[in-house]
Design a protein around this ligand. Structure first.
Ligand SMILES: [Fe+2]
Length: 375
């Protein structure tokens, strides 16, 4: 077969979009990737944050794993480790592990008799009504949707945040669109394809801040809850998917799995891009527990902590800064998990079938702070 050169072009934005990230690449041969092609893809990932490899329907879970691992060859364990086994975790219902490739998870919607060794699986697309404090009324449910949960793919306890996540669209339901509502008093809305994955740039999130806030986020750190997805399980999300409502219902630490203090993550608010050196505001808003201020004090009032982080992050999820990917079967998306936030979106009916494969691995090293140190 003739060797084709990679063709790279920017992702087309919507009218009025200010999205300045994302590229599409044609002709990548993921099953037989050359070192030079990988370098092109890696360069695209760290400069453009979201890379869509087109026409990859035949790529095996093993090849997807190997490509994802190539960004961090010393990594090998799934990004959430075994934390998914905890029955109370908010992540538990959404993912099924491929038996022969445990770093790769199946997500989606609908019943499948068999897929990659998984038998008789029912996939359920996460619906905001199970996670948000207030849901869109039932009569609007198929027409309107929300950002389910803005996040970084990361255990945020014991394991380092993965560098890269890959998402493969195996089955995509046909072309319905929905109106995404923010329902936060701003009246903001976004027209999205059913089951889009929404991305925003952490670099843009940083750049939109005032000079005073930029200085603050360069020096403050975030303390994440131990076993955060279990800890937060009784709590409910804000309607924009950007963090939790504070009602004092998080599980007490004594009700969590055993905690080793050493495994608690205190991470910089800004993470430095290893290729461009640019800073991204990278905070997982629903897992935060405290803020370590530049003067050494620790902010522990959960409502104040959350309100502060929400004020910093909210401008960058306004519609003009969101890239809602319009999935086509065979799209293999790689994203810079340390440089973007992303969210599941969509409300499906049970017969709307969707099957995706997700892969990421806990990084072999910490995230880079603005000072160039690893945390
Ligand atoms: Fe994710």
């Amino acid at each position: 077969m003739a060797v084709k050169t990679l063709e790279i072009k920017p992702l087309g934005g919507l009218p009025n979009s200010k999205v300045d990230f994302g590229v599409e690449i044609e002709n990548a041969d993921v099953e037989n990737l050359t070192d030079s092609d990988f370098e092109v893809i890696r360069d695209a990932l760290y400069n453009s944050h979201v890379v869509v490899l087109k026409n990859q329907a035949g790529v095996s879970p093993k090849a997807q794993y190997e490509l994802t691992k190539q960004f961090d060859p010393a990594s090998d364990n799934y990004g959430h480790g075994k934390t998914l086994d905890a029955k109370r975790s908010v992540l538990h219902p959404d993912l099924k592990t491929i038996p022969h490739q445990p770093q790769v998870q199946v997500i989606g919607n609908g019943f499948y008799e068999e897929y990659e060794g998984l038998k008789n699986i029912t996939l359920v697309h996460p619906h905001h009504k199970k996670f948000h404090k207030e849901a869109i009324p039932e009569e609007d449910d198929l027409a309107a949707t929300r950002f389910f949960r803005w996040h970084i793919d990361a255990a945020l306890y014991a394991l380092n945040p993965p560098k890269v996540t890959s998402l493969m669209a195996v089955k995509v339901p046909a072309g319905r669109r929905q109106t995404l509502r923010y329902d936060d008093g701003t009246g903001e809305e976004l027209d999205v394809p059913l089951g889009t994955t929404a991305f925003v740039s952490g670099q843009n999130m940083y750049n939109l801040l005032s000079e005073e806030d930029k200085e603050f986020v360069r020096t403050a750190k975030v303390e994440y809850a131990p076993h955060p997805y279990v800890w937060m399980s009784p709590a409910k999300s804000r309607s924009d998917g950007l963090g939790m409502v504070s009602e004092g219902v998080e599980l007490p630490l004594s009700d969590l799995p055993p905690i080793n203090e050493k495994n608690i993550k205190i991470l910089p608010m800004c993470w430095k891009n290893p290729v461009t050196g640019n800073l991204a505001l990278q905070i997982h808003p629903s897992a935060i527990k405290a803020i370590h201020l530049p003067n050494g004090e620790v902010m522990t009032d959960l409502k104040e902590v959350r309100d502060l982080v929400h004020r910093l992050q909210r401008p960058a999820i306004s519609p003009e800064y969101v890239y809602p990917h319009d999935w086509v079967e065979g799209d293999l998306v790689l994203f810079n998990n340390q440089g973007v936030l992303h969210s599941v979106v969509g409300a499906f009916s049970p017969e709307e079938k969707r099957l995706f494969r997700q892969c990421n691995m806990a990084s072999s090293e910490g995230v880079m702070g603005p000072d160039g140190k690893l945390y």
